[in-house]
Write a protein that binds this ligand. Structure first.
Ligand code: S6P
Ligand code: ZN
Length: 191
């Protein structure tokens, strides 16, 4: 088997876009229908335009065990009602696969939970590494007023299960209360 050559790319401030990438994914408000608590605020915001919420720059690698899929995730600042802009969030299809995040810019949090009922929220600040263990669904939330930018890497065979989260969301939501992030129960969550 022919082996790949090692490669490098740069992540330069202030934007931290990779100097080389293969896919650029943009998610807008319309992709998040049903995910925000305040449905009226969601519809009102969408009526003003399909705002960009987050972007992912991916480098192509084979989706097989042994590879590491990696790239840059950028969640823009903003809120739907009192709930901060966030990613869809997902379990990995192969539940026993972990992921690692390194925060490059901005202020935010990772909201996480397991199928067994555990949950966790970890703050993301520049320079901080977050290890998401196997079995933990994860969603990045931007609690600041600038882009939240993270580098991520996860196993090539992990896959994405979005459906489970789309049904009821995460157990916990991150909302702004008196100007600060607060963790609240998701009333839609009823498993
Ligand atoms: C992939 C990894 C990230 C997310 C990205 C967007 O396993 O967790 O690259 O894909 O942050 O989030 P989502 O939930 O829309 O895939
Ligand atoms: Zn993931």
């Amino acid at each position: 088997m022919m082996s790949d050559l090692p490669f490098t790319f740069e992540l330069d401030a202030p934007g931290f876009r990779p100097s080389h990438y293969d896919n650029h994914i943009r998610r807008t408000l319309s992709a998040m229908r049903g995910q925000y608590l305040d449905q009226a605020a969601y519809e009102a915001l969408l009526a003003e335009g399909d705002a960009p919420l987050y972007e992912v720059y991916e480098l192509n690698r084979p989706h097989v065990a042994g590879e590491l899929l990696h790239g840059i995730s950028i969640v823009h600042p903003g809120k739907v009602g009192e709930e901060y802009y966030m990613t869809k969030g997902h379990f990995h299809t192969v539940l026993e696969t972990a992921e690692i995040y390194y925060c490059l810019h901005g202020q935010g949090a990772m909201v996480m939970e397991t199928p067994e009922g555990e949950w966790a929220v970890e703050t993301l600040v520049p320079g901080r590494v977050l290890y998401v263990p196997p079995r933990w669904a994860h969603r990045s939330v931007n609690t600041g007023d600038e882009d939240l930018i993270t580098f991520f890497a996860y196993p090539g065979h992990a896959g994405h299960d979005y459906g489970t989260i789309e049904q009821q969301g995460f157990r916990k939501l991150l909302v702004e209360r008196a100007g600060s992030p607060a963790i609240i129960d998701n009333p839609r969550w009823a498993r």
